[in-house]
Design a protein around this ligand. Structure first.
Ligand code: ZN
Length: 133
């Protein structure tokens, strides 16, 4: 009987996914400014209504600088889809928060038809540089 437990088998599926993502530097990840969790990446930046960044004011007169992203896998979406006070015509919004520290990161906007959707993330709550360990 061998006690050799160091047989190189298949890669752990989770590890494989991490490897396929490549080096963090290659992806230009964008991080949560509060906890440094990966929120999205620079390659997910999109233009909505002609611009990536929008200066938006909510009904409480609070102003946000919001950037539009195709995908933000580091965000949890919560709450009911709301049509009221939507900044983007025809899109319903829900809250988007950091999956790690649960801080409010912005909003998830989706068309009623479900055809188009994107994230509008508060730029002050993001940091583009690699956090220092
Ligand atoms: Zn966070």
């Amino acid at each position: 009987m061998s006690e050799d437990a160091t047989v190189v088998g298949e890669l752990d599926p989770e590890l494989r996914v991490m490897l396929e993502l490549g080096e963090p530097d290659d992806k230009n990840f964008i991080y949560c400014a509060m906890c440094s969790h990966v929120i999205t990446s620079a390659s997910e930046k999109i233009n909505v209504a002609g611009a990536h960044a929008h200066s938006l004011t909510n009904p409480y007169a609070i102003q946000f600088q919001v950037g539009c992203f195709r995908q933000a896998l580091g965000c949890d979406i919560s709450g009911q889809a709301e049509a009221a006070d939507s900044w983007f015509m025809g899109f319903l919004w829900r809250y988007a928060s950091c999956t790690e520290c649960h801080n409010h990161m912005g909003w998830y906007f989706a068309e009623l038809s479900g055809e188009n959707a994107f994230y509008g993330l508060i730029l002050d709550n993001l940091q583009e540089e690699q956090p220092r360990a």
